[in-house]
Design a protein around this ligand. Structure first.
Ligand code: SF4
Length: 246
């Protein structure tokens, strides 16, 4: 049983005040507060990847009609697209929106589908960052499933953040570790992404995702062999270079 948010939202409520209240709170409470505070103007952004079922399940318990944005880069594994259909149906999510560039734009700007080889940041911008920015222009807040344990860039993220456009970004799972995720999946018997059992603990686009060996970091298969660790949709006001230096 979720409690009503302990503080009432007002437009003056700052990110600092929200973090002071909700740092260390259960993810369900953070999510509930965010969905209440920004009702009608909030979306959940999900990759429908290896751990996405957790946050989607929590959201579905509170409001199955919340808009869920999935970025279809046109480079995703077919298993991810099938998993999106399966999971959305099982959780009863009613407003899942596949967003992304059109096939015409892809043909015009990346005619050979090879931009990821020469300019992965440019490819991520074309296929992920720009479409998400367009979609989020309709919202004042959004929810992500990032966790602090995932990599160095994410280690210091707050539960509530302001993104580069001034929207509120909420990270309900910020403080959870792999054991918390696994336990929640088991407790609720959530369906797994079919590629997890095949050695993919973190799943993105086909050309930029590889199998992970035993003992490797779960995200080691993303952009393997390069210093790239993020697609750019999670950068705030600072650039990738500034983030990496930090
Ligand atoms: Fe392009 Fe790879 Fe980024 Fe996908 S993950 S948008 S293929 S660079």
């Amino acid at each position: 049983m979720l409690l009503e948010p302990a503080i009432r939202f007002s437009p003056d409520l700052t990110v600092e005040a929200l973090n002071a209240r909700y740092e260390g709170a259960p993810p369900e409470d953070i999510l509930h507060a965010g969905l209440r505070f920004y009702a009608g103007g909030i979306a959940l952004v999900s990759s429908f990847g290896a751990e996405s079922a957790v946050l989607l399940h929590m959201a579905a318990q509170i409001n199955p009609h919340v808009p869920v944005l999935m970025i279809d880069t046109l480079m995703l594994f077919p298993q991810t697209l099938e998993y999106q259909q399966q999971l959305s149906g099982e959780l009863g999510l009613t407003d899942v929106r596949r967003i992304g560039l059109s096939r015409e734009e892809a043909r015009e700007k990346d005619p050979y589908g090879a931009l990821h080889l020469s300019n992965p940041d440019g490819c991520c911008h074309l296929r992920k960052v720009a479409p998400l920015e367009r979609a989020l222009s309709l919202f004042s807040a959004h929810i992500s499933g990032r966790k602090r344990f995932q990599n160095g860039v994410r280690a210091n993220m707050e539960v509530f953040e302001a993104d580069a456009a001034g929207r509120i970004k909420i990270n309900p799972l910020a403080g959870w570790g792999p054991q918390d995720i696994a336990a929640y999946m088991d407790r609720h018997d959530l369906p797994r992404h079919p590629l997890v059992d095949k050695g993919y603990p973190s799943i993105g686009c086909v050309p930029c995702t590889s199998r992970v060996g035993e003992g490797e970091d779960p995200r080691a298969g993303r952009w393997r062999g390069s210093d790239k660790t993020e697609c750019g949709i999670h950068f705030g006001a600072r650039s990738r270079a500034e983030r990496i230096e930090a």
